[in-house]
Design a protein around this ligand. Structure first.
Ligand SMILES: [Fe+2]
Length: 295
């Protein structure tokens, strides 16, 4: 069984066949997937019925798993999944959809804004891997936007203007844009903004990309309204339909993406029905810019 990758969108996204990710991979298979990620930025694997342990083992082929702490408001005793697994479902520990007023549910609605996973961390995530265990009957597509194509198609003046800009990212910016403004002191400290370069260069391909995310809410040295308008404009440009792939989930799909090269969002779905999606996250290896030490 030889691994092969077929491009399924005009600018990015590959569909992988000839591999069973529940089994240990050969170095050649790992190399082929990494090369596919560098080129296509999003890889789709169908018919991969896996356990949490198998998903974590597959993910570790590409680096260490990210420590999920500080990325949500779910208390340890409320968690449904073990350490190493990010719960992107709409379910509580009882396996039932979270109630409408649940603060965790409302916080998780932020995943419907365009973002790059963990851009609110000083060392942001490399890859995310999302496994569909229970697919919601209505909606719930995950959309991806190619930030390299977005960068390439900016005009020369904009490229020059943004070349050295540094943004501030925080979960409080993305959730604040949804009207969630009340946080405990502990949460505020956890969500302290970090700095990220607005333009990134991929370490292997050398391609530049826009590093946007709904977590970005300020630009260093720029008045806030001006920064917000610039970021809004760039987001509008970057998420034009020609740069976007919408993934319609089938049970046992696994989609893997490079957070350094794409943004993503989930679309609305029927929240009275379960949507059990489980993510593993491969940690990044370096910050995108210098951080300011904590005061
Ligand atoms: Fe995400």
């Amino acid at each position: 069984m030889a691994i092969s990758i077929r491009q399924t969108h005009p600018v990015f996204v590959g569909e992988v066949s000839g591999i069973d990710i529940s089994k240990p991979l050969s170095p050649d298979e790992v190399g082929a997937i990494e090369a596919g990620m560098d080129r296509y930025a999003v890889l789709v694997f169908h018919d991969q019925k896996i356990t949490d342990e198998q998903q974590m083992a597959f993910s570790r082929n590409f680096g260490n798993l990210e420590d999920a702490r500080g990325g949500n408001i779910t208390k340890p005793e409320e968690k449904r999944l073990q350490i190493g697994m990010n719960d992107v479902s709409n379910l509580g520990r009882d396996g039932e959809p979270l109630p409408r007023e649940s603060r965790v549910r409302l916080f998780n609605l932020g995943n419907m804004l365009w973002h790059s996973d963990s851009s609110f961390r000083a060392i942001p995530a490399k890859y995310s891997l999302l496994s569909a265990r229970v697919v919601n009957p209505v909606g719930g597509n995950t959309e991806f936007a190619d930030m390299r194509a977005a960068y390439d198609t900016l005009d020369a003046g904009t490229k020059a203007q943004i070349a050295d800009l540094i943004c501030e990212h925080s979960l409080m910016y993305s959730r604040g844009s949804l009207g969630m403004l009340d946080y405990s002191d502990e949460e505020r400290a956890m969500f302290r903004p970090v700095r990220q370069s607005l333009v990134r260069t991929h370490p292997v391909s050398g391609r530049k990309s826009l590093y946007l995310s709904s977590h970005a809410g300020a630009i260093i040295g720029m008045p806030t309204p001006e920064a917000c308008i610039l970021l809004r404009d760039l987001n509008e440009h970057a998420t034009q339909p020609k740069f976007v792939y919408a993934h319609t989930w089938r049970p046992s799909d696994l989609v893997m993406w490079d957070n350094r090269q794409v943004m993503h969002r989930v679309r609305r779905y029927d929240e009275s029905q379960p949507r059990d999606m489980r993510r593993t996250t491969v940690a990044g290896d370096a910050p995108t810019t210098t951080q300011v030490p904590a005061a």
